[in-house]
Design a protein around this ligand. Sequence first.
Ligand code: FAD
Length: 553
Amino acid sequence: MAKPVILIVDDEPQVLNAVERDLRLHFRSDYRILKALSGSEAIETVQQLKRRNTPLALFLVDQRMPVMTGTEFLAQALSIYPDAKKVLLTAYADTEAAITSINNIGLDFYLMKPWDPPEQNLYPILDDLLSDWVANVPIPYEGIRVAGTLWSASSHNVKDFLARNQVPYQWLDIELNKEALALVEAVNQEKHSLPVVFFPDGTTLIDPSTRELAEKIGLQTKAAKPFYDLIIIGGGPAGLAAAVYGGSEGLQTVMIEKEATGGQAGTSSRIENYLGFPQGLTGADLARRATTQALRFGVEILRTQEAINVRVEDPYRFVQLAEGVELSGKVILIATGVNVRRLEVPGIDHLTGAGVYYGASLTEAAYYKGQDVFVVGGANSAGQGAVFFSRYARKVTMLVRGSSLEAGMSQYLVDQISKTPNIDVLLHAEVMEVHGTNRLEGITVGLKDTDEVINFPAGAMFIFIGAMPHTMMVKDVVERDSAGFIITGPDLMVDGKRPRNWKQNRDPYLLETSTPGIFAAGDVRHRSIKRVATAVGEGAVAVALIHQYLRSV
Ligand SMILES: Cc1cc2nc3c(=O)[nH]c(=O)nc-3n(C[C@H](O)[C@H](O)[C@H](O)COP(=O)(O)OP(=O)(O)OC[C@H]3O[C@@H](n4cnc5c(N)ncnc54)[C@H](O)[C@@H]3O)c2cc1C
């Protein structure tokens, strides 16, 4: 932990240096001694320290200073470090001011100048105050802090990005935490942009993009090489498995991920059916382990990069990124999975991120403790979400369009839901409208069976209503089905004939698309089984097929 600070403020350089010398002699090993020649200079120092979350233990301040007296300085500094000990350096004539300060600002002590010998007149007093401070003040958090409001969509996006990239952070809600509000106001300069992200080095980012955040926290965003054996698009389970096998089997591999590794699985609160984890594991844990494994095998993982186009110039394949750069390689694996389907009802757009969330949004769950939460959807992901939120919420209501949970959900989840007393299931139910000014306040639900329309007050609504494949970047180069999923292997053969323009003297490999050397794995594939294990399996199989392909070119 960074050493706590003792800040001395005195406008007379000689006195300032003398106090500093005495304090260093006695406190140097446990405290950093800083000094300032005026109240305004000291306020600046205090603000900087706060931005870094450096603990400040004690102010030792001269009462008699021009422009800002010691008491006036302490009154301001206290809004930033309310727990720091406050000591005034006074002359005999300042006694009255010091006594007033005890009443007004809770002054801890006033010292008469001169304080010689310090062993008798200075150290015992400060030792006592500092030991009290150490005993009562919690050690401050030393990592990244995100300050914002629960209802700001951009605050949610930043927290979600950090969480999904396994970067620990501390959340400061400025509506509940006055110190955090003061901190935000000090850097925001009247602008009301949120969130403000504070880094341990004292720097801040205001309402940053995910790219800015990724670069600041040291995630790789740019490719290091001009050419790769294998370019993987998408960092979900399929992409990660291919990265681990590709990297470990000696292929120069790069993986492009537009958000965070782990894909949909990374947002899952608990994956219970993945082989080898009898207690289940969180999606975040799976993503962290797999990402570490891929990096260990030398795979480059480019985060916050979106692939927008793929083109072929035989024998090479090219991937264009949204920022304009193009990567080239011998083989491409499309593992872009699916995008969540959006719920289109009046009022939803401006409340997304402010009470309305797509997916399980694990970062937010704990904030809805004791509130009424709605889960929209009837498949496994909705079921998992409902079970997860039931641990926090007062009540979880599942809104399911179909006539039974069993129709779209694994039996183990149906059983879990029926055994959870604070989960209600409304069948034949559809969200018609959502309400709220700055945050979700209520939803209107239509019940098909009875034609009833009900308005519910709602703390949060989590939506799990299916997904669409993310394949626009290959629309001109590979065959897709009518829903946009990529067709591979035997599914490309129609009446025993190979795809149009297929020039190879062999059928397409199992996971190969209609363009040789471009493969697809996981949820993005036509007729794929939408499971973590199958995506992982396909990622691994794809690499074996890629080796076969590479031997033939
Ligand atoms: C909430 C939830 C819970 C689930 N629970 C389970 C479970 O318990 N058990 C189970 O077996 N399955 C579960 N699933 C399903 C499982 O997560 C998916 O089947 C699996 O994640 C599919 O993996 P994938 O790699 O094919 O695609 P995805 O996981 O969708 O990953 C695709 C990745 O590609 C990235 N990407 C997309 N387009 C681009 C682009 N243009 N450029 C760069 N990157 C791009 C995306 O950001 C994403 O990270 C769950 C799904 C959800 C949503």
